[in-house]
Design a protein. Sequence first.
Length: 303
Amino acid sequence: MSPSRSVRVVSPTERRNPRTLGIDRVGALGALRLLNAEDARVPEAVAAVLPQLATVVEGTAERLRAGGRLHYFGAGTSGRTAVVDAAELGPTFSLPPGIVVAHHAGGPAALVTAVEGSEDSEELGAADAADVGAGDVAVGIAASGRTPYVAGALRAARAAGAFTVLVSANPEAPLAYLADVHIGVDTGPEAIAGSTRLKAASAHKLVLNGLSTAVMIALGRTYSNLMVEVSASNAKLRGRLVTILMEATGLAEERCAQALTGADGELKTALVCLLADCGPVEGRRRLTAAGGRVGDALTTRPV
């Protein structure tokens, strides 16, 4: 990049960390200890923004219940973190494709190799956000809080009437004005100045994992701390369903397997049948009346 096109990023993540000035002179174990000590600061920084994150969870769950979608937008490590979070919701919660969508600057190729200039394009961000609607949620992830790609995406999403969120590692993020909620995790200077794949990325993973998992809980895709939306596509997974039923009910394996068979392999139906001592037809009716939430289905008898 020529000097005329250079940009000096002002962010806590770009500052030198006084605690790691000697990281290149302490050997492997010493360097690892310094890195570990910095990593240990991340959970506390995330804990400080949980009230803002709870607001995002509630707003996102409300929109997904109404048929909306959750969109992630990011570049570099931030974008890759978002892609991983979105991709894992299908196997974990049987979430259908297209409900949580991760957009990475530069497209799939940029997941493994940097695509020159993609994160510096507001136009590319706006284009990737072209299908964001008023009932959707758009989450921009940018460690510095100033990435042009994220700016373009959030601006387009905001214009469409979507609920907009910025996740950054900069409490004074320049793009905060484009977000209805700014989750600025104060992770401070990185162990290696500007290397946001370290603390900032760890914080973003915790925030996105927390967001998506709490939304899935709110949508009734768990019972207690058990996954109850698992689809059994092979013998191993069918065995997992039986294990979940045993954990939830305390009943014997044979009884749980029979209930699963009687419910045509539907884990939630089998679980309600076992816990409410009812048949599959009533179990399904209860679940429908409870919006798919097992806990509510156990306390509300449909009329």
